[in-house]
Write a protein of this length. Structure first.
Lengths: 248, 248
């Protein structure tokens, strides 16, 4: 009986993987994923078979995994961060729905960039927040703008995924312009780069400064609520414990 | 030199902890946290010193940890799920800001209920989403309602934390009523219970059904966007890969 595990591996270093995720990789005969993550894992599992496709190969990758698992093999399909948050879990379940003979499908959650990037910066998502991808490959840019406006209107903290790609250099600046329609230019923001990898770094800055900042595809962006603040060089969105005690 | 690690331990079973989180607990001399989670960990670390406070003891707990670490001890302050998302990381950083002599502070991220609950249900957070706590202990209920309305207006998928407590039995029903002002009663929703623990379960249901459902403090609730759907008995919010291919 075959099995397909869709595995969130966290930011990329083995230490940030959960025990369940490690075990799913150890038990798999075939490990599949996006080229960049497969290259990260290959040295740790020299005896495994690997299958990788590039940035736009998601459908082919998921179908390949479902087919191999239906043949009776144990397959792990890896996703950076979490298996479900902008990961492959949804597409696998949608494709599986069309098949008559199905392998067992297991979703193994992982630490998404909203959590791992936040830990670097401090606690930018300590209260209610929205997660929005700025990639307009699968989503109309008008819908992205609409969601940015609603997030600002609700005074949520924000975590922005995919703030740039080779083809889209200006979408972070455009997103900041939308947020600046209603948010204070001094709103505390943060960026986290290369989380869990070589060159890991973070920076706390204002929304006005963020608008002028270049991001790349290894950057995760955080935008504060009106209550977010800089705290010992880091970014914190308080939940309100201190205010409760101090009667503020 | 003392050190305080604020550690997200995931849903509660050791297998869902990251390698970094396990190591932080192993290296600590003192492990502190909310009573329920300390009782979960105690059997696995019989040689450690433990310190726990109840549900409203967050400030005392964080201060105690900072003081012991400032004395030179290695302390791990555990949070269920992630260290930052409704966790103690922010409060620790805020309290530390007021101190003159500080230990090293490290934030270790973990798998939050938005990811672990989603993995049980399928992939309810496969596209842009909001995370909102329904607890009005630290947040005015009017602000919670406002955020629910903004999330509905932006057609986000939603993950709701703290849908009930002993004192507040009706806040999930009230939140659903707010969402039903603009969302379709047939919107696909899901609940995940006792994630990673004995009695783990999930259920996919409509927003109208969710409104009539009792939740407890071990329940995490998911509300779909207009595109979320039931898929092989599970809940999926598609990102759009299939629509891209099929030209929809």
């Amino acid at each position: 009986m075959g099995k397909l595990s869709v595995v969130g591996i966290g930011p990329g270093d083995l230490q940030s993987m959960t025990g369940r995720a490690s075990r799913a990789l150890e038990e798999a005969e075939l490990i599949a994923g996006y080229t960049v993550y497969i290259d990260l894992l290959r040295p740790y599992f020299p005896e495994k078979e690997f299958y990788s496709t590039g940035m736009t190969g998601e459908l082919a990758r998921c179908r390949y995994c479902l087919e191999r698992a239906a043949e009776g093999r144990k397959v792990a399909l890896v996703c950076s961060g979490d298996a479900g948050i902008y990961g492959m879990a949804g597409l696998v379940l949608e494709l599986a729905e069309q098949e008559s003979s199905l392998p067992e499908i297991e979703i193994v959650p992982g630490v998404t960039a909203a959590s791992s990037g936040a830990a670097l910066l401090g606690a930018p998502l300590g209260h209610d927040f929205c997660v929005i991808s700025l990639s307009d490959r699968l989503t109309d840019w008008n819908q992205i703008e609409k969601r940015l406006r609603c997030a600002a209107e609700g005074d949520f903290a924000l975590c922005l995924y995919n703030p740039a790609s080779r083809a889209r250099r200006d979408c972070l600046a455009r997103a900041c312009a939308v947020l600046l329609e209603s948010k204070d230019p001094q709103t505390v923001c943060g960026i986290a780069r290369n989380i869990g990898r070589q060159g890991e770094s973070f920076r706390v800055l204002s929304l006005a400064e963020l608008q002028k900042t270049e991001a790349d595809m290894f950057t995760t962006v955080f935008v504060g609520s009106s209550r977010s603040r800089k705290c010992g060089g880091r970014m914190v969105t308080p939940r309100g414990y201190r205010m409760l005690e101090e009667g503020l």
